[in-house]
Design a binder for this molecule. Structure first.
Ligand code: NAD
Length: 542
């Protein structure tokens, strides 16, 4: 047992490397990409530190280069999930009793490994298998993930330091226990950092985890498991299962020791999980914690006083970075008529300059969307818009899945502010714009607030201070992350805690103290130094 109050180093955001021509990082990542393309990896579930191969294998291909094979992944089944749950429950005792500074040390070491030798590995895996350009991979897989680890260790210390007051003769204490049972982490394809954090945040707080990554993120998921191992995470603390989502959910949600769900993904998937948990509530030993960060229909709203160039750039970056496959991506915009010509000019100039293609050519800003299902869904929205008389396609509109799942950044201008692409999450490179009469500002605030069921991110552009103040109030519940004169994407750990409400999730703010609180169950301890030895209270005396 330690005999001192240790302090976690004060975290700083990991510096983002720029990969400029001739830079060392550029040479390193190019070498790493070449190495990964010259070999084929095998990815499989990892249970209690052991890799579990199966006979059911699938090929891993870069979404932007479909005739190349990066490797294969082995798909498990319900027995794989059962084994993973068992391993998590066995590992639980030692891990929750492990003192907090040692748990913190594992993840602080993982962060340092990411800043160093794992940086090109995790970035190249994310670039190749999730089709991210080098900068998008760097801000996600290396930097945001290192930030999650360092900041969470710091927040954990802050939580543990929070203690109740005591009265004379009594010492009150609060102990922050792990939850009883296992945590089920289910992650999306689009952010390597989010995927790792969904498993790591509960583990940091002393929980053990069964983690199911998306089948389109398994390459970088393997790198994450390698990283955890090298950082010294004991076997069984995080068990990765690669298996069918419904089959996995059926086992996890029917288990009496299911203690919590840490989910990021679509609203539809989270709602179906919540329903299953609700139906099974009598089966569990404890009320499970349900944390879900889900979809978005993120807006940009620009007042006539806004700087049109800034609005144009916020739209081109905010809507199209990573092909619009960010939960925070700008996908609907309301622009005042008086500034629209200048905004349109800037936006179209940016789009005309953006190149689309593989991730290996660093000149490409746009790469492929994740898979055929996403391609078909997104292109169906575009095809329907092209046939609609009330919609004008002012940029893009072409798509092809011959060599990779490529969709041009597409901008729709609609006459109807309630058109389907103004309401539904498309999760691809499609931005819909509604140009409004400057005098209708109040109505447009209402549209931004109520125009979709989501409430994740939103960006207000204006220079008139009173307009900013009133709009920020009117839009209070429209976004969990609200930006003034900035694009609605790019939240940084420790700076803009991330998450939304309404159909966008439980708003437990990933990468913040608030999120970690969901993974602990406090025990209050009252110690009485002078217990009474006579039952009589003074008022009973004559
Ligand atoms: P998805 O919902 O299709 O899949 C997410 C994960 O859930 C995958 O691992 C999938 O296999 C699993 N899954 C799906 N249905 C399931 C079920 N019934 N039972 C158990 N597991 C199930 O999402 P995706 O396409 O991977 O990611 C895109 C979505 O994620 C978008 O809606 C996006 O807005 C959202 N997202 C939200 C945030 C946020 O912070 N709010 C961040 C990233 C992504």
């Amino acid at each position: 047992m330690s005999n001192a109050f240790f302090k976690v180093p004060v975290p700083k955001n990991e510096p983002v490397l720029n990969y400029a021509a001739q830079s060392q990082e550029r040479a390193e990542i190019k070498k790493q990409i070449a190495a990964m393309k010259s070999e084929q990896i095998e990815v499989a579930s990892v249970i209690n530190g052991q890799t579990v191969y199966t006979k059911k294998v699938h090929k891993i291909r870069p979404p932007h280069e479909l005739n190349h094979v990066l490797g294969t992944y082995h798909q498990g089944n319900s027995q794989t999930v059962e084994k993973a749950i068992k391993a998590a429950l066995v590992a639980k005792k030692d891990w929750e009793n492990c003192s907090w500074e040692h748990r913190a040390a594992v993840f602080l070491k993982a962060a340092d490994l990411l800043s160093g030798k794992y940086r090109p590995i995790i970035n190249a895996a994310t670039m190749l298998a999730q089709s991210k350009n080098v900068y998008q991979a760097e801000i996600d897989a290396a930097c945001e993930l290192a930030d999650f680890f360092r900041f969470n260790a710091y927040f954990m210390q802050q939580i543990y330091a929070d203690q109740p007051i005591s009265s004379p003769g009594v010492w009150n204490r609060l102990e922050y226990r792990a939850l009883e049972g296992f945590i089920f982490a289910v992650s999306p394809f689009n952010f390597t950092s989010i995927c790792a954090n969904l498993a790591a945040a509960p583990a940091l707080m002393g929980n053990t985890v069964v983690w199911k990554p998306s089948e389109t993120q398994v390459y970088s998921a393997k790198v994450i498991m390698d990283l955890f191992k090298e950082a010294g995470l004991p076997d069984g603390v995080i068990n990765m299962v690669i298996s069918d989502p419904i089959e996995t959910g059926n086992v996890a949600f029917n288990h009496p020791d299911f203690a919590g769900l840490h989910f990021t993904g679509s609203t539809r998937a989270f709602q179906s999980m919540w329903q299953t948990v609700g139906a099974n509530i009598g089966k569990y030993k404890t009320y499970p914690r349900l944390v879900g960060e889900t979809g978005g229909k993120d807006y940009v709203i620009a007042h006539s006083s806004a700087n049109p160039q800034a609005v144009g750039v916020a739209l081109s970056r905010g809507a199209f970075e990573y092909q619009g496959q960010k939960c925070s991506a700008a996908s609907r915009a309301y622009i005042a008529k008086s500034i629209w010509p200048a905004v349109e000019k800037q936006l179209l100039a940016d789009l005309a300059d953006m190149k689309m293609g593989t991730v290996e050519n660093f000149g490409n800003f746009i790469n492929a969307v994740i898979d055929e299902k996403a391609f078909d869904k997104i292109s169906a929205y575009i095809a329907a818009a092209q046939k609609d008389k009330n919609v004008k396609v002012i940029a893009g509109g072409n798509y092809s899945k011959k060599e990779g799942y490529f969709i041009e950044p597409t901008v729709l201008v609609v006459k109807d502010a309630d058109y389907v692409t103004m309401r539904e999450e498309i999760f691809g490179p499609v931005l819909t714009i509604y140009v409004f009469d400057d005098k209708k500002w109040d109505n447009v605030l209402e549209l931004a607030d109520k125009g979709s069921p989501y409430s994740l991110t939103g960006a207000l552009f204006a220079t008139d201070r009173l307009v900013i103040e009133k709009a920020a109030q009117a839009l209070r519940h429209s976004a969990g992350n609200f930006y003034i004169n900035d694009k609605p994407t790019g939240a940084v750990v420790g700076q803009q805690p991330f998450g939304g409400s309404r159909a966008s999730g439980t708003n437990d703010k990933a990468g913040s103290l608030l999120n970690l609180l969901r993974w602990t169950s406090p025990r209050t301890i009252k110690e009485n130094f002078v217990p009474p030895v006579d039952y009589h209270y003074p008022f009973l005396k004559k």
